[in-house]
Design a protein around this ligand. Structure first.
Ligand SMILES: CC(C)(COP(=O)(O)OP(=O)(O)OC[C@H]1O[C@@H](n2cnc3c(N)ncnc32)[C@H](O)[C@@H]1OP(=O)(O)O)[C@@H](O)C(=O)NCCC(=O)NCCS
Length: 165
């Protein structure tokens, strides 16, 4: 990332499902798997896109769904289809999407969010309060995943990540 990049132009907004398709295809289903999924058009489902200027650089979907590992959850939501532009990894696009999504889930009264996370992405989700709750399992054609769960709203972290006495 060049030092003169204008981060003020990074925005996150709710979008129609079709807006997520190009990144779903290139990042999540490069081998040609299905990029439209059951629930995409449900009225309660929402899709977010992160944009720099007008370019879509990250996408994610949230939908109400029972949590396989928290049957007592009152208002569980599933996170699916998180993908960011490979040219911008580590630059905060995923963070912007996830934080925006967690705020929207809080507004909707959610108490739990869960996902089947690619093993390679588990460390990303852990930074936002998710915990691994399963052994690794394989999704055919996609690779190893783990179940992950987080409370909504997530616990507040102290600045700098250190506890004081
Ligand atoms: C996982 C993914 C969404 C992360 O997006 P990103 O835009 O790179 O994330 P950010 O730049 O906002 O990262 C936020 C923080 O998480 C860290 N992070 C990002 N990816 C990580 C990973 N795979 N493992 C551990 N930490 C990670 C970043 O270093 C950053 O740390 P910081 O707070 O110290 O700065 C992105 O790598 C991606 O699209 N991967 C391919 C598709 C995929 O695996 N999607 C998830 C499907 S379950």
């Amino acid at each position: 990332m060049s030092a003169d990049h204008d981060w003020a132009t990074l925005t996150v907004a709710q979008v129609p499902a079709e807006v997520t398709h190009p990144l779903r295809r290139s990042v999540l289903r490069p081998d040609g798997g299905e990029i439209t999924w059951a629930g995409d058009e449900d009225p309660a489902t929402f899709h977010l896109a992160a944009r720099i200027d007008e370019r879509v650089v990250g996408v994610v979907r949230f939908s109400p769904a029972p949590c396989p590992w928290r049957p007592e959850a009152r208002a569980p939501w599933q996170l699916r289809g998180m993908a960011t532009d490979p040219a911008l990894r580590g630059a905060g696009v995923g963070r912007a999407l996830l934080v925006d999504g967690l705020i929207r889930l809080t507004d909707r009264g959610s108490d739990v969010v869960w996902c089947d996370a690619r093993v390679t992405a588990a460390g990303f989700y852990e930074r936002f309060g998710f915990t691994v709750v399963t052994e690794p399992f394989d999704k055919p054609g996609i690779g190893p995943h783990v179940g992950m769960v987080a409370d909504v709203p997530p616990p507040v972290r102290r600045a700098g990540g250190r506890r004081s006495g």
